[in-house]
Design a protein around this ligand. Structure first.
Ligand code: ADP
Ligand code: MG
Length: 446
């Protein structure tokens, strides 16, 4: 029995209720359990992110929720009713949204309405309005091939929204886009969601990007694999719009990261206090960021793990030169060393395979945890012009590091410049703040 088209008056605002849901693919000897024992609820008004490594069953879960695939075990309730067949209250947007190439943008949106029996005039009106909402006005008569990746994804959103789904499911909707288009589209989606301009009551978004989840979600559900299961859930109390560089933001990213990696993060206290503050400051290893990136790439191509001694030989580095790079990788939680072997962490792996811009974002998140870098960043932030003489920092660093002060500042600048946190002005001998990263909520289409 399929769901009827009018939802029963729900006693609570619970839209989705999964109890002990599991999924097994294949049969007999080829049986494979992809997901097991998932309990999850989604209330109206919530933006929930499902986060976890590749292969942990995120897409499988979405397919069971939208009814594209049946669950093998447990119960999927939508508004208190057992789901059987396609869920008419939920739609899904995939990583790359399949638009019909022979239809215009507007026709692509209308298709969804036509399938629901909406009359032609009303179809046109709604399609035009939705395209306007997602910032595609003016492109109604364009064909998909004439659009950029970001615009095609927006057309996909418009088509998914056309049927006014109560529950909008997004499966890594930004991961096929370049970093800048992804950031712009995230901002636009958040703006529509926070303004309540979407005809939708809840969003369930799948991602493997920790920062994306912390940026957007009210609640983060962390999944692990073998078989896919829920590890933990975290409520995000940060106010919107959120800033990636905020301390509270980074602290939550760390916490989520630890849950994803299944390990406890080194305590921030272990990194010491800021220069000039009572207590020792952890010294930054004297490794240039390009060398660190090179090491990450090398490890990635070696399958994520290598013998340190042999690695030194392969990279033609003396141990004295290799060790600070390894130490930097550990400090940023990109790698772990045990018994002479170095292995990439999930974060290090992500870094190694990411685009340049994504790498900068990841690096910024990690670097701002380091007391010296955070101290410089915050000092610059407090300055009216966001510029402070190099000598000011050197004086404080000297009290902590003596003769190594200049090297420490040099490394801090090298790392921070890469991550676009702050940089050094040769003409004035000042450090200055790089432009703040794009705020999440920004004007649509701006
Ligand atoms: P995720 O979206 O988190 O990357 P998926 O839900 O796509 O994970 O896949 C979870 C696991 O189930 C993976 O090991 C995948 O290979 C397997 N899987 C997914 N779909 C099928 C299928 N149709 N048949 C067999 N195995 C599948
Ligand atoms: Mg997937």
């Amino acid at each position: 029995m399929a769901l009827t088209t009018t939802p029963p008056a729900a006693p609570a605002n619970t839209l989705l209720h999964l109890t002990n849901v599991g999924k097994t693919y294949g049969r007999a000897a080829k049986r494979f359990q992809a997901v097991r024992g998932v309990n999850l609820q989604i209330q109206a008004g919530e933006f929930v992110c499902l986060l976890g490594p590749s292969g942990c069953g995120k897409s499988t879960l979405l397919r069971m929720i939208t009814g594209l695939n049946p669950a093998s075990e447990g119960e999927v309730l939508y508004r208190g009713r057992r789901l059987d067949g396609v869920n008419p209250y939920a739609t899904i947007v995939f990583q790359t949204f399949a638009l019909y190439p022979w239809l215009t943008v507007q026709e692509n949106v209308e298709v969804a309405l036509k399938a629901r029996g909406v009359a032609p005039a009303e179809r046109r009106r709604r399609a035009v309005q939705l395209l306007d909402t997602v910032g595609l006005d003016g492109f109604e008569t364009a064909y998909p091939r004439e659009l950029s990746g970001g615009m095609r994804q927006k057309a996909g959103f418009a088509r998914a929204l056309a049927v006014e789904p109560e529950l909008l499911c997004l499966d890594e909707p930004f991961s096929a886009l370049d970093v800048l288009s992804a950031e712009a589209l995230r901002g636009e989606l958040m703006e529509l969601w926070l303004n309540k301009s979407l005809p939708t009551q809840a969003i369930l978004m799948v991602t493997h990007n920790i920062e994306e989840a912390v940026l957007m979600a009210d609640r983060i559900v962390v999944m692990g694999k073998d078989p896919g299961h829920v590890v933990t859930e975290m409520v995000v109390h940060l106010r919107q719009p959120r800033q990636r560089k905020d301390t509270a933001f980074q602290a939550l990213v760390d916490k989520v990261y630890a849950a994803v990696a299944g390990q406890t993060e080194p305590e921030v206290e272990a990194l010491g206090t800021a220069p000039g503050q009572p207590g020792a400051t952890e010294k930054l290893p004297t490794a240039r960021i390009n060398a660190l990136a090179g090491l990450m790439e090398r490890l990635e191509s070696d399958g994520g793990r290598a013998d340190l001694y042999r690695l030194g030989g392969a990279l033609r580095l003396e141990l004295d030169d290799l060790l600070p790079i390894v130490e930097a990788a550990e400090l940023l939680s990109f790698a772990q060393v045990a018994q002479g072997d170095i292995s990439l962490t999930p974060l290090g792996q992500t870094f190694a395979t990411a685009s340049i811009l994504a790498r900068k974002e990841i690096a910024a998140g990690r670097l701002l945890r380091l007391p010296t870098i955070r101290w410089i960043y915050e000092t610059l932030q407090k300055d009216d012009n966001q510029r402070v003489a190099e000598d000011y920092f050197l004086d404080h660093l000297r009290s902590e590091f003596g003769d190594y002060a200049a090297t420490q500042l040099d490394i801090a600048i090298n790392w921070a410049r890469y991550a676009e946190i702050f940089a050094f002005d040769d003409d004035t001998d000042e450090l200055y703040l790089e432009k703040e990263a794009v705020a999440v909520t920004r004007t649509a289409g701006a």
